[in-house]
Design a binder for this molecule. Sequence first.
Ligand code: ADP
Length: 495
Amino acid sequence: MKRSFLLALDQGTTSTRAILFGADGQPRRSHGVPLRQFYPANGWVEHDGAEIWQAALTACRRAMLGTPKSRIAAIGVTNQRETTLIWDKATGKPLHHAIVWQDRRTAARCDALKAKGWDSKIVRKTGLLLDPYFSATKLEWLLKNVKGAKAKARRGDILFGTMDTWLVWNLTGGKVHATDVSNASRTMLLNLKTLDWDKELLKLFGIPRAMLPDVRDSAGDFGVTDKKLFGAAIPILGVAGDQQAASVGQACFAPGDVKSTYGTGCFVLVNTGAAITHSKNRLLATSLYRRGNSKIYAIEGSIFIAGAVVQWLRDALSVIPNSRAVEALARRAEPAEGLYFIPAFTGLGAPYWNPTARAAIIGLTRDMGKAELARAALDAVCYQTRDLLEAIAADMRGAGLMKLRRLKVDGGMVANDGFCQRLADLTGLPVERPTVIETTALGAAYLAGLGAGIFKDTKDIAAHWKLDKRFIPVLKKRERDLLYQGWRQAVARVL
Ligand code: ADP
């Protein structure tokens, strides 16, 4: 019998899911388990590592139900990035809850490092901005605050990992302690050029090398599953952070290929090829993936509030019964000239990076109502995408890279045709929605499939990418630019 299935394990911020894919890239069976969130203090967010492992095990078992294990060629793992865990090597028990990427407890530490002038060096070495978002200061915090951790970590008795590493370690019965380049590049401890842990940064944050995972290819060998778990030793052949996996799922393999994921927030990644493109516009440079000798990099920009603005219309204002209803409501809107909704509920991300900005609705007149508000909310996601694309385009020009030609989209929001059309109109780029919008899990499956030989190369994967619908801009450039000017003025007032 042919080994023709791939299992993707997708460990997200709010849930842990497993999806079984066929060799054609079509999802066959899936199972998801919600994840508890802990908020022990203002700005602190934690997850229970043991709960995540149990959820992953359940999700994998359920997704494989009815499929002989001998037919599963490989497992691919993708995950929420940056979230930081330490555990005891001997017992396998976490020593503290995982500190989630959203957690801001190390903000003061980051400010202190900035005051000492570390920010420019960190950008140069890691491609990242000095921010609590990334793992380094979270791990430093754990080593300081968990009693006795530092000494044990030095002896290698305590291990560090992001969620990919934690899951691979458990899946292999504690045999493999490894991460892939895309996850490692989000720790703020990795030298982006060498793709190895950076000695100077390890010293700065007081991180013993002995506790760090081995850094491997994204389409690489991560061992086999412990026979006790699924009754078979299934190879783990792919690992990537969620946004990088989504780029692979969208077949963004050529320089200039760009994908935008619209879930709760929005993440835009553009493939910049084999060279690191350091952003001059406060975006991040990051590793996209590595396979053999091929190191591929990306520029990344993110928007904090995308689908979350739809949730706000639903939960806080009750103007829609469910997220889907926003499409019909927005369609009823009159032109509403001059109306802008800046959803800076938690500040503004790239390229503004203003944590203290707050949301505003500007330009309301007596004739406007909930339909206009709904459309302004969706438009805001489009304008913010244009903000990111402008910054990306500037960075790419600076690096002599090609112009963006189209935007591949995915995530929960892109089920909305009206939104996709508006996105094309307001960015001026053709917007392409693939048939499979579970691109994160699909990307993990693709990486594993490369390792298993189900796909020959990235070209072979790209041939599997199927267009569902293409949205062509119909708005005139002049009109688009005028509307965007209005947006920039509205944002300026919020800032
Ligand atoms: P995440 O992975 O961040 O949990 P998903 O990719 O599942 O997010 O997308 C869910 C988000 O998409 C929610 O914020 C929801 O409000 C939004 N959403 C879902 N359907 C629609 C729709 N038809 N129009 C606009 N937004 C939608």
